[in-house]
Design a binder for this molecule. Structure first.
Ligand SMILES: Nc1ncnc2c1ncn2[C@@H]1O[C@H](COP(=O)(O)OP(=O)(O)OP(=O)(O)O)[C@@H](O)[C@H]1O
Ligand SMILES: CC(C)(CO)[C@@H](O)C(=O)[O-]
Ligand code: BAL
Length: 282
């Protein structure tokens, strides 16, 4: 695996490459990222992983300055998972002096993460489009853990005719059910154990649907009540949405197929997101 920091070196490393697979990340790689890289490895001739903590997707009061970083370990994880090129640009390489362009995706960006983190998806869409143009992959791999992000990226790619296939990869979880996330590193052991209540609340909604609850509001209440059992959590949102991130009303069988339970909550100063299909898929 080679490490490059400039677009020029990236282009040189990829000269003549066919079927490039690309995994964009913000680093501090874990098994979720490694799963994306292995999937890319299996489906590509050349695999690029980027590590870039994108300042434009962090709000002024968010955790940009304390976001975890460990490039040495990232290098090892990416290489072991099968990456050929690790692209680690600095902020000036991505947003050179004079940079003024913003990419804004309407519709799916508006609610949930978009409402709680104003400007977040502009930052994500902008950097993802830039990274796709830098790497020019055949396929790019994103985790379902960031469900709304995946929807925003798919929408942008369709709307702007970006010549790439977006692949969504199921969320990798700890045995406790907690979705793996770089931000889990902020937790003490006790906090990490309490944080499992978020995925448990999503499963409670699945169970309520399985046992006959069909009203969207009733399902939301089940989830909120389950989360409230863990006093350390403050709920930001928990909802059942359709593929366009619109809250569902009456859950007919047709609606249920694409419905997703999405949630965000704060615990011990850490903001977590998670989601599950309303109807378990295996
Ligand atoms: N547990 C996971 N399973 C599958 N994919 C994941 C998982 N966690 C992150 N990803 C995906 O990896 C890519 C890079 O994500 P990122 O570097 O932000 O990691 P993260 O763990 O989500 O970090 P954060 O704590 O900031 O949410 C994204 O497409 C994200 O959805
Ligand atoms: C897609 C991404 C790498 C863009 O900065 C980031 O939002 C992430 O890691 O999910
Ligand atoms: N994985 C999502 C990136 C973010 O929270 O900014």
């Amino acid at each position: 695996m080679i490490k490059v920091t400039t677009v020029a070196a990236l282009r040189e490393a990829l000269a003549g490459a066919r079927r490039v697979g690309f995994v964009p990340t913000m680093g501090y790689l874990h098994e979720g990222h490694a799963t994306l890289v292995r999937r890319a490895r299996a489906e590509s001739d050349r695999v690029v992983v980027s590590v870039f903590v994108n300042p434009r997707q962090f709000g002024a009061n968010e955790d940009l300055s304390r976001y975890p970083r460990d490039l040495e370990r990232d290098t090892q994880v990416a290489a072991e998972a099968g990456a050929d090129v690790l692209f680690v640009p600095d902020v000036g390489e991505v947003y050179p002096h004079g940079y003024v362009t913003n990419v804004q995706v309407g519709g799916v960006s508006a609610g949930f993460e978009g409402a709680s983190r104003p400007g977040h998806f502009d930052g994500v869409a902008t950097v993802v489009l830039k990274l796709l143009n830098m790497v020019q992959p055949a396929r790019a791999y994103f985790g379902e853990k960031d469900w709304q992000q995946l929807a925003v990226v798919r929408r942008m790619v369709r709307d702007l005719n970006v010549p790439v296939e977006i692949v969504g990869v199921p969320t990798v979880r700890a045995a406790s059910g907690l979705a793996l996330s770089s931000r889990n590193s902020y937790f003490t052991d006790e906090g990490r154990a309490q944080a499992t209540a978020l995925s448990a609340a999503l499963r409670a909604v699945q169970a309520a649907y399985a046992s006959g609850t069909r009203d969207g509001d009733a399902l939301r209440e089940v989830g909120a009540a389950a989360l409230a059992r863990e006093a350390a959590f403050t709920l930001d949102y928990l909802d059942v949405v359709d593929p366009d991130l619109q809250p569902v009303g009456a859950v007919t069988e047709e609606v249920a197929v694409g419905a997703r339970i999405v949630a965000a909550a704060r615990i011990h100063g850490v903001r977590l997101i998670d989601n599950l299909p309303l109807v378990p898929q295996d």
